[in-house]
Design a binder for this molecule. Structure first.
Ligand SMILES: [Mn+2]
Length: 429
């Protein structure tokens, strides 16, 4: 397999850290064993937990105000895959890439060969009817799947069907549909009629879905439409999934909610009614949806994973949510941010695995609020970094991915190969 960073360099960086890691790992193992937890069993589960990297995430993002390109930005999908391979080589948490069409359009055979050589596969494919491609006939300025004119809706449906065909050739098994449709003014659109048009168009896409595929709809409270969006909230999202059929599921983007929304409860509801499709992980402080996973509210991320592990624990059938990162990097090296996010997502998972579920259930039945919440807090307070580092090391990754990445000089090297980009591509999704 091709590696973008010298395995010798990773090895020597690991060698310098292995002694301290083993000591920390043993100490944590001793501590956990007093609670009846086998640390190696947790490490094995963490090693098997993967999250997909978005192809668009390896470029520098931007805001409505400006975009400041970084050094060595990927020139196209093949460069993006190379950058994704670095993230996977060092973290061993991100073997799959989520593509965005038309941004990543290329010969599917070449794409697959390039990815396979790098040890990468493809996760859900994303369509784009929130911006206009250069050659398209009908504009999405006033919507796509819910647009008032049938020709525009048909064009958006066609695009989604093409995404399914591309994804099928690449080995994807899911289509994620996120639309910018909505309104900026009260009265601009009719809520009911626009949702009817959307459901009708999604129904046409659904019919083109192969039997073993899933379709994910993603709700977003606002942006780019600021008064109403057609898929505004998890209620609308659930209605879509229930209306379309058994291959349709809700995708939860953590940043697409009002501040203080109880996202973990939404997750629990969607699990209960068998409609949780997966996640776009990121974080948010106010109204953004682009910050690195776990950077603002790691406890919320943990509480989301607490619901996922609870579902696993209860043996919920056919439960395999797709995990994807969706964030935009304006001030960091995107590779570093994505590695850090993959690590934070695994951290939340590892902490959730430590929750004593039998004890929690008893405290709940006894109405012992303080001990119930303390049971969660005890798991959350555990420093699981030795487990995460050991999982990476045992899978051939780096004990400290960001340190190994910096030591490799990868960014400067691609900076010399890739001319500075002038225009901004997408990234604010
Ligand atoms: Mn998203």
């Amino acid at each position: 397999m091709e590696t973008r960073i010298s395995p010798d360099l990773v090895q020597s960086d690991n060698d310098a850290r292995a002694k301290a890691l083993n000591s920390d790992y043993q100490a944590l193992g001793n501590k956990l064993s007093r609670s009846g937890i086998d640390i190696d069993a947790v490490t094995a589960k963490v090693s098997e937990f993967f999250v997909a990297v978005p192809s668009w995430g390896v470029g520098t993002g931007g805001t409505r105000f400006a975009r400041f390109p970084g050094i060595g930005e990927p020139r196209g999908i093949f460069d993006k895959l190379n950058d994704c391979a670095v993230i996977q080589q060092l973290t061993r948490a991100t073997p799959n890439v989520s593509l965005h069409i038309p941004w990543d359009k290329a010969d599917p055979n070449e794409l697959r060969d390039h990815a396979t050589a790098l040890g990468l596969g493809f996760d859900a494919i994303n369509s784009n009817s929130f911006s206009d491609a250069p050659d398209q006939t009908h504009s999405y300025k006033f919507g796509s799947l819910s647009h008032v004119t049938p020709e525009t809706r048909a064009q958006a449906v066609e695009h989604n069907i093409e995404c399914i065909e591309i994804g099928d050739a690449l080995g994807s098994k899911a289509l994620t549909v996120w639309i910018g449709d909505g309104s900026n003014f009260p009265g601009q659109t009719n809520f009911t009629r626009s949702f009817e048009r959307y459901l009708d168009a999604m129904g046409d896409i659904y019919k083109a879905l192969p039997d073993d595929w899933r379709i994910f709809s993603e709700h977003k409270m606002y942006e780019p439409a600021f008064y109403s969006t057609v898929v505004q909230d998890w209620g609308s999202n659930l209605l879509i999934a229930q209306t379309l059929g058994e291959k349709a599921f809700c995708l939860v983007d953590l940043g697409h909610h009002a501040p203080n929304t109880n996202i973990e409860m939404i997750v629990a509801r969607l699990i209960q009614f068998k409609k949780l499709g997966g996640f776009h992980f990121n974080d948010s402080k106010y109204g953004d949806d682009d910050l690195d996973a776990g950077s603002i509210d790691p406890y919320r991320l943990f509480l989301v994973f607490n619901e996922l592990v609870d579902a696993e624990h209860r043996g919920v059938e056919n439960f395999h949510p797709a995990h994807m990162i969706d964030q935009s990097h304006n001030v960091t090296d995107p590779i570093e941010s994505l590695m850090a996010s993959a690590n934070e997502i695994r951290r939340a998972y590892a902490q959730a695995l430590l929750v004593d579920r039998e004890a929690l259930s008893e405290y709940q039945d006894d109405n012992d609020a303080i001990m119930a919440t303390e049971t969660l807090k005890r798991a959350f307070r555990t420093d699981v970094e030795p487990i995460l580092a050991q999982a990476r090391l045992r899978s051939g990754g780096a004990i400290d991915p960001v340190a190994a990445y910096r030591a490799s000089g990868y960014r400067a090297k691609v900076g010399a190969e890739r001319p500075a980009s002038k225009a901004g591509s997408g990234g604010i999704v």
